[in-house]
Design a protein around this ligand. Structure first.
Ligand code: MN
Length: 257
């Protein structure tokens, strides 16, 4: 049997499970809210063109209104000022859209502290246990935050001091950008940076360093709890929006059972 035949046969028999890491996309999908004076994205919405009626008797279709960074989505390097001459989302090589994933689970510590930050020591501890992060692969950070994804309020978890959601320390973001062989970082939260990262030095270090290094972000992932620490393969399908800074993305993981 060829490698590809073995793959489709495994998917058919269930020995390879396809885990959907994508949040359903609707008008209630949580979106980022920036403080004044910064401009915000629009929520996702459908605008009906026709539904088996005078406007189109045999067909149903919609226009969609969405931001590039709405729901489960990919951040392209050009999203951040540190990569303003970098790749847009249409320029990401297709072969990078299928890549191995390492999963680090910090959900226990996030349960006690929504402002939890992943540190370099956590990554080195993971590597001591499981081996090096995958060359050309993703680091996916499991925080348990996907349990809040049904509610904009719980997902952003903001109070008078701003949002409180887990993320990555300045040093860890720099390490992932400059030292780790990965192509990008995936998270369950609304963005790859912590809710409090506006006040870090530099602000939003994961965006600043990781995108600045020509790497990618994946956000609002779900079901990371169903992935092993190593061995899963991620298939990420952003739309090839020419000039786009990102795109809503269907993200699947292949897992051997
Ligand atoms: Mn984004």
């Amino acid at each position: 049997m060829s490698t590809l035949q073995a793959l489709v046969s495994g998917i058919g028999s269930g020995s390879i499970e396809v885990v959907d890491l994508t949040a359903p996309l609707s008008s209630t999908t949580p979106i980022l809210k920036l403080p004044s004076p910064f401009a915000d994205t629009v929520p996702f919405s459908l605008e009906e063109i026709s539904r088996y009626d005078d406007r189109g008797p045999a067909w149903y279709w919609n226009n969609i209104h969405t931001g590039e960074h709405t729901g489960t989505h990919l951040d392209a390097p050009v999203h951040w000022v540190t990569a303003k001459d970098g790749a847009d989302v249409s320029q990401i090589p297709a072969r990078q859209l299928i890549a191995p994933a390492a999963v680090i689970d910090v959900s226990d510590r996030v349960a006690d502290n929504p402002d939890f930050l992943l540190e370099v020591d956590d990554l080195k501890e993971w590597e001591a246990k499981y081996g090096a992060l995958p060359d050309g692969g993703w680091l996916l950070v499991r925080t348990g935050w996907d349990a809040r994804s049904q509610s904009q309020e719980a997902f952003l978890n903001a109070d008078e001091t701003g949002p409180h959601t887990p993320g990555i320390s300045v040093a860890a973001a720099r390490w992932l950008a400059e030292e780790a062989p990965i192509i990008g970082v995936g998270v369950e939260t609304v963005g790859t940076d912590a809710g409090t990262a506006h006040s870090f030095d530099p602000p939003f270090p994961c965006h600043s360093f990781v995108l600045g290094a020509g790497k990618y972000g994946l956000t609002q992932l779900q079901n990371l709890r169903r992935l092993p620490a190593t061995g899963a393969v991620v298939v990420a399908g952003p739309l090839p929006i020419v000039g786009g800074s990102g795109s809503p993305t269907r993200v699947l993981a292949l897992v051997e059972r």
